[in-house]
Design a protein around this ligand. Structure first.
Ligand code: TYC
Length: 101
């Protein structure tokens, strides 16, 4: 028998870490028409009429609502796209992005 140690000396692992996620939050205001908020949610976040209406009403009643979570780039670009739609139409509609806990 030879003295050579043939046991594997280390287990090699490839760890694929999930990227941190960011929430997109819809904030309530007193002026943007409800229907417009629904239009933006459907267009930018690909939600159905029912999902959009529910998210809009939650923000309307509670002050804010998490729309969805994405990787940072996507959360930020959807937030600007949605804010641009509000601004272009002359509404104070506001979305913001924050890291998920
Ligand atoms: N509060 C608005 C109104 O009564 C509607 C609205 C809902 C605006 C949700 C923003 O995130 C919002 N016209």
């Amino acid at each position: 028998m030879s003295d050579i140690d043939t046991k594997p000396q280390a287990v090699e692992r490839t760890k694929t870490k999930r990227p941190p996620l960011y929430k997109v939050i819809l904030l309530n205001d007193d002026y943007t028409p409800r229907e417009f908020v629904v239009v933006v949610l459907k267009a930018v976040f690909r939600m159905t009429e029912e999902q959009s209406y529910r998210v809009m009403m939650t923000a309307h009643q509670l002050g804010a609502c998490v729309v969805a979570t994405y990787t940072r780039d996507i959360a930020e670009s959807k937030t600007s796209e949605a804010n641009d739609m509000g601004r272009s139409a002359g509404h104070p509609l506001e979305f913001s992005t924050e890291p998920e806990e």
